[in-house]
Structure formats: C-alpha cells, structure tokens
Ligand binder design. Structure first.
Ligand SMILES: Cc1cc2nc3c(=O)[nH]c(=O)nc-3n(C[C@H](O)[C@H](O)[C@H](O)COP(=O)(O)OP(=O)(O)OC[C@H]3O[C@@H](n4cnc5c(N)ncnc54)[C@H](O)[C@@H]3O)c2cc1C
Length: 399
C-alpha cells in the first residue's frame, strides 16, 4: 500500500487516482439507478434493460479500454475489472450484457480492425446507440471451437457467410457483430451488421440465470458482406480470438468476485440479525465456519484477479493468469452464494432476497467464456511449455 501526500492510497486494487474515481463513479451509478431493484424486475421479465444500457453508454464505459483519441477512456484491464466487479454486486446479468458489448465486441473489434473500419463502425458502439455481440460458439462446436463449420467464401469484392452460431449474448438486440468463420480452413474474423443481407437472429433462448441479459442464435444464410469487412488478414481470427479471450476471462472472473463480495456482505449482516435459540445465528460455530472460510476465499480471489489484471493487455500473453483467475473465482463465487443461501435458510431460497438470483447467475461463470475443464486443459498445457522454457514456474517478480 502506498500513501501519497494528497491522501490517495494506491494499492493492487486501486493503482491510480483514476481507478479510484472510476470505482466511485460505478458505485454511485449502481446506487442512483437502484440496480438491485431493476435487476429483480428484469430477471422476472428475462430481458435486457435497454434504458440502463444506454445510460452506461453516456458514462463512456463501453470504451473503457479504447484510447482517448478514438473516443474511449484509455484505461487498462484493472479498470475493466473494476467495472465488472462493481456492477456484478447488484446485477451480474446486466454486467454480462455489458461484457458482451464492451469486451467481446468493442475491445475485440478495436484491436483487430483497421483505421477505415474503426472510423466506420466504432462511434455508435461507444455511446450504446448500437448494441454489439461476438459470435464464436456453434451448436456442435463450443469448447472445440477450432472445429467451427461456419464458412466465409470470397466472391469478388464480397465474402459470403454461411453457418449458425449459438448462445450469443446480446444477440436479440445486437446491431453489430464480430463473427468468426473459416476461410479455406483457417479462422478469420469479420465485422457484420444486421443491415447486411442474409443475417438473422433467433428468439431469445431462455436460461437458468443471467436473465437480465438476452441470448440467441445468429444465423447466416448466404450473408453477403463487403470484402473490406474482414478484420486483419485471412486466417488472423485465431489470434484475435485468443487475445480477446484473456480480457474476457479476467472480467468474467471479476463478475464472480462481485457476486462473492455481495454474498459475504449479506451473510455477515444476516448472521448478526437473525435470532435462533435466543441468540444471533453468527454465534453458532457452523455459521462462523461459512463466514470465516468464505472471507478467506474471497480475499484470495480478490488478490488473484487484480494481480493478474496488471498483466492483461493486448500486447502481452497471459492466458495462464486469466484462465487461473476464472478457474478459481467461478466455483468459489458459486460456493459463497450457496453458503449465503444456507445462512439465510428458507428466506434465502425465496425471491424476497437477491441470493437465489446471484446463485443462479454464479453458475454461468463455470461455463461461459470457456468451461472450467477448458481452463484446466489450457493451464496445464501452458505451464508445461513455461517449465520447459524457464526450468521453474516461480513468477519472475518473485526472483
Ligand atoms: C449464458 C451464456 C452466454 C454465452 N455467451 C456467448 C457469446 O456471447 N458468444 C459466444 O460465442 N459464445 C457464448 N456462449 C457459449 C459458451 O462460451 C459455451 O457454452 C462454452 O464455451 C462451452 O461450450 P458448449 O456449451 O458447446 O459445451 P461443450 O463444449 O459441448 O462441453 C460440454 C462438456 O464437455 C466438456 N468438454 C468438452 N471438451 C472437453 C475436453 N477436450 N476435455 C475435457 N472436457 C471437455 C466441457 O468442459 C463441458 O463440461 C455463452 C454460453 C452461455 C451459457
């Protein structure tokens, strides 16, 4: 912890005054917009709160990682973590829609696009006029993403896309998509808008949790787009995908952290208020075990995620760190939400409190953006390579 003369305290979680201001702004937004209340309402309705989404656009947070000269806030992965962490304390589902737009579309598109593409498409996604989405998963190719069968065939000055993507967050509302498709056997990425002929989306696919965001199939039937809508080079899609998956997994881990933070608060509060056998339930050893162990786990999550955030940016390769963050945080958030429900007893199971929603939302983070099993596989592969190269896995900053 570093105390500066003007009273600002720099630490791992709030490295600069800009980060502190951002955290305060997001907290204020969450309070002013009464995000808990709208979460309850939109969870029942099972749709995205578009009015709130546009207000996030007015705050500029869709361009959190985009340089200021291109209309963004020019901040880093820590800033992105702060937004996902704070929003998810109230409404992880809405935060998932934010992630799909700001990380999966805006950040991904910006780092893969050329100047002309940025000038043509970026501005309406920064203010939320257009909702963005990213379409990678297919009905028969999820974890096995490299096996995707969507194709893009060059035809003169156009590409013709054919295939179906599924589980696409923001699909029903989206106007613009980053779409991955095979060109001659290699993965390429494209920017496609709803105005292009041959693209459509299915109805919203109902789901267990994260109900305050929507999800659909994206269907391309002889979808014709200009050849200049190819992002980067043919075959460059794999690099774009792998690069963006790092910030995606890190910010999904930050969502788990937000859920866990909120659940611990709820657990501690209820533990001191609920009376059983003539005393607050937090006097019972079994309740103390939930609170004590979950606090220790939560602090470990916090340190891991914010520490890894320092090493996630478009120019570095930190798949181990982002996968490890999500691999640890997702099941731990689910456990803490479940423990919270146990501490609340019957009340926790009822919709009067946000716990049952947070528990449903927490499960998704073990699946979306890569399953836990895919993280185990990636980490094991990357650590073997690292060990062969360095002869040790001790991080360089510990030497
Ligand atoms: C709410 C939600 C939102 C989503 N949003 C998006 C989005 O915006 N864009 C997008 O492109 N996708 C999105 N997805 C898709 C998501 O990324 C995939 O669901 C995920 O990658 C898993 O793919 P799958 O569902 O096909 O499962 P499968 O790949 O079929 O996996 C089924 C099971 O088999 C296991 N498995 C598979 N292969 C292996 C292996 N080699 N070794 C060990 N175990 C294995 C998996 O871990 C899992 O347990 C979303 C999904 C959900 C549920």
């Amino acid at each position: 912890m570093i105390h500066t003369t003007d009273g600002f305290t720099a630490n791992l979680f709030t490295p600069t005054e800009e980060h502190q201001m951002l955290r305060e702004q997001v907290r204020e937004f969450v309070n002013n917009e009464d995000m808990d209340k709208q979460a309850e309402e939109f969870d029942q309705k099972e749709c995205l709160n578009m009015e709130l989404f546009r207000k996030v656009g007015e705050e500029g947070w869709f361009g959190i990682t985009i340089p200021e000269e291109d209309g963004g806030l020019g901040m880093d992965a820590t800033a992105a973590v702060i937004i996902h962490h704070e929003l998810s304390k109230s409404d992880p589902g809405f935060c998932l829609a934010y992630l799909a737009h700001a990380m999966l579309f805006v950040n991904n598109f910006y780092h893969s696009a050329n100047r002309a593409q940025i000038e043509q498409y970026l501005a309406p996604t920064l203010d939320g006029t257009w909702v963005g989405a990213m379409a990678m998963t297919e009905p028969n190719h999820g974890t096995d993403v490299l096996g995707m069968t969507t194709t893009a065939v060059r035809d003169g000055d156009t590409y013709i896309l054919n295939g179906t993507k599924t589980y696409i967050t923001n699909g029903p509302e989206a106007h613009i998509f980053v779409i991955y498709a095979k060109t001659g056997g290699k993965i390429s990425s494209f920017v496609v808008t709803r105005d292009h002929p041959g693209i459509s989306t299915s109805h919203h696919i109902p789901k267990m949790g994260m109900r305050t965001s929507s999800m659909s199939e994206v269907i391309m039937e002889n979808c014709v787009i200009p050849a200049e809508n190819l992002l980067g080079e043919e075959g460059g899609g794999l690099t774009h995908m792998m690069r963006n998956l790092e910030i995606e997994r890190l910010t999904l881990a930050a969502m788990s952290l937000g859920i866990a933070d909120r659940c611990l608060d709820l657990m501690v509060q209820y533990g001191s208020e609920r009376i059983a056998f003539g005393q607050p339930i937090n006097r019972f050893g079994q309740i103390q075990r939930f609170i004590g162990e979950d606090y220790a786990i939560l602090e470990a999550m916090r340190c891991l995620i914010y520490n890894e955030a320092l090493n996630v940016n478009p120019d570095t390769n930190n798949r181990v760190g982002s996968d490890a963050s999500k691999l640890f945080a997702a099941p731990m958030a689910k456990k803490i939400a479940d423990d919270c429900m146990q501490v609340y007893g019957g009340a926790g199971y009822c919709r009067e409190f946000p716990i049952e929603r947070l528990l449903r939302d927490a499960k998704l983070l073990e699946i979306g953006g890569g399953t836990l099993e895919s993280h185990q596989k990636n980490i094991s592969k990357d650590l073997s390579k690292m060990f062969a190269r360095q002869g040790t896995l001790t991080p360089s900053y510990m030497k």
